[in-house]
Design a protein around this ligand. Structure first.
Ligand code: HEC
Length: 181
């Protein structure tokens, strides 16, 4: 191989390399141009897309404070979660009084409807008969104060501390009535 042909080879090789570099830079520029027009503008600023992100990162719990405006809070399944905007020392009171069925649907059906975590299923006579034998007062007391039984743990007022004693009693009555005995 002569020095001339070596030189020629290197020149051609450099030209090919240069073309490849130009092509890859062009592809990079083109793809970021397309991504900038589609993803950033159309997707990121899309209202429905934003909404879905908001829903995904939404906090799962909210705190209602007595004596403050809680109207912006989400209502957990229609429960009487609205705290009356009265003076601070007043205990959190339910703004509206629900009847037995209403309380049940708001606070009890989550466990007692499907019968999860050992909760006696509403309407299941076999599960309820021995409990009803304890007497209404005991059942109400267990529902208000909470109850650790063999089957599982019944949280005080089903976890809804804003329910009044009467509301819990009405809900227990509703569940006892549902057995139909
Ligand atoms: C987080 C789940 C859960 C929720 C919510 C819940 N319960 Fe229960 N409840 C249970 C479990 C579990 C038991 C069974 C405890 C046992 O006997 O071992 C139970 C048992 C009971 C009993 C029978 C107590 C006894 O002495 O046998 C009553 C009455 C009752 N619940 C009423 C209610 C009412 C009223 C509500 C709504 C205000 C409610 N529960 C909400 C889980 C729940």
């Amino acid at each position: 191989m002569s020095a001339v042909s070596d030189r020629k080879f290197v020149d051609t090789f450099m030209v090919v390399l240069g073309i490849l570099v130009v092509i890859s830079v062009a592809i990079y520029a083109l793809s970021s141009f397309i991504a900038g027009r589609t993803q950033e503008v159309h997707v990121r600023e899309d209202a429905a897309f934003q909404q879905r992100i908001e829903e995904r990162i939404e906090p799962i719990g909210q705190v209602a404070v007595a004596g403050q405006d809680n109207s912006g809070l989400r209502d957990p399944g229609g429960a009487a979660a609205t705290v009356a905007a009265t003076s601070a020392p007043a205990p959190a009171a339910a703004a509206e009084t629900l009847d037995g069925e209403g309380v049940y649907n708001a606070a009890c059906t989550a466990c007692h409807g499907p019968g999860i975590a050992g909760a006696p299923k509403t309407g299941d006579a076999t599960a309820w008969a021995p409990r009803i034998d304890k007497g209404m007062d005991t059942l109400v007391q267990h529902a208000i104060e909470g109850f650790q039984g063999d089957a599982g743990y019944m949280p005080p007022r089903g976890g809804y501390s804003n329910l009044s004693d009467e509301e819990v009693r009405d809900a227990v009555q509703y569940m006892v009535d549902a057995v139909g005995s």
